[in-house]
Write a protein that binds this ligand. Sequence first.
Ligand code: GSH
Length: 238
Amino acid sequence: MIELHFVPTPNGNKASIMLEEVGLPYEIKLYDLTGDEHLQPAFRKINPNARLPAIVDHDPADGGAPFAVMETGAILEYLAEKSGKLLPTDMRRRSLARQWLAWQISGFGPYHGQAHHFIRYAPEGQDYGIKRYRAEAERLLYVLNRRLGEAEYLAEDYSIADIATWPWVRATRAIEMPLDPFPNIQRWFAAIAERPAVVRGTSVTNTANLSSLRPVLSPEQWSNLFGDKLHATARADG
Ligand SMILES: N[C@@H](CCC(=O)N[C@@H](CS)C(=O)NCC(=O)O)C(=O)O
C-alpha cells in the first residue's frame, strides 16, 4: 500500500494520475494548503521541504521499512521503476522522457507556478511580476507546442513526462491563458484528458477555496501559504 499525501493541485495530480495509471494500491491523505498540517513536524518527517504531494511506500522493493519520497519528479520516477511502467525501455525514448521531465520540473512547473502567484495571489499592482511570469509561461507553451508538433507525446510514447506536464497545462485556465494559439497542445491535452486513469486521478477535490481567479485568504491562511508561518517552519527545530 502507498500512502499519498495529497492536495488537488497540479503537483498533487501528477502523483494521483501516476498511481491510477500504474495501478498500484494507494490511499489518499488529503491536506488543505490554507491550513498548517503540512507544516507540522509529523509531515516534515515525510517531506523535509513541507510541500505536497509526497508518498510513503509501505511495501518497498527491498522489503525494508516504509520509504518516503518527496518531489514530484522523484515520485514519478520511483513509481515508474516500481511498476515497470511509463518510463520507456528504448534508450532514446527513456532519455527523452527524462529530458522533458527535467524541463517540466525545473521550468514549466515553477514558471507557471509563479505566474499563478502573481496573477492570482500577490497584492494588486505587481505589474512587473505578472508581465515576467506570464511571458515566460507563454514561452514555455510555445516550446511544448513545437515538441508536440514533432511527436505524439513528449517522449514519443506516453510517459511520466506527459503526466508531469499535463496538470500544469490544465491549470492555465485558472490564469486565463487560452490554448487557442497551441493546436498541438490542444490535441495532446484532449487525448490525455480522456484516459480513464486521468479522469480518476483528477476526481478528488477538497473544500479549500483556491479555485477562483483571486481566492480571498485570511491573514492566517496567507501566512501558512506564503508568509511568516511557512518560513518559520523551515527555521524551526524538529
Ligand atoms: N517541487 C515540488 C513542488 C511542490 C509544491 O510546491 N507543492 C505545493 C502544492 S501544489 C505546496 O505544497 N504548497 C504549499 C506550501 O508552499 O506551503 C514538487 O514538484 O513536488
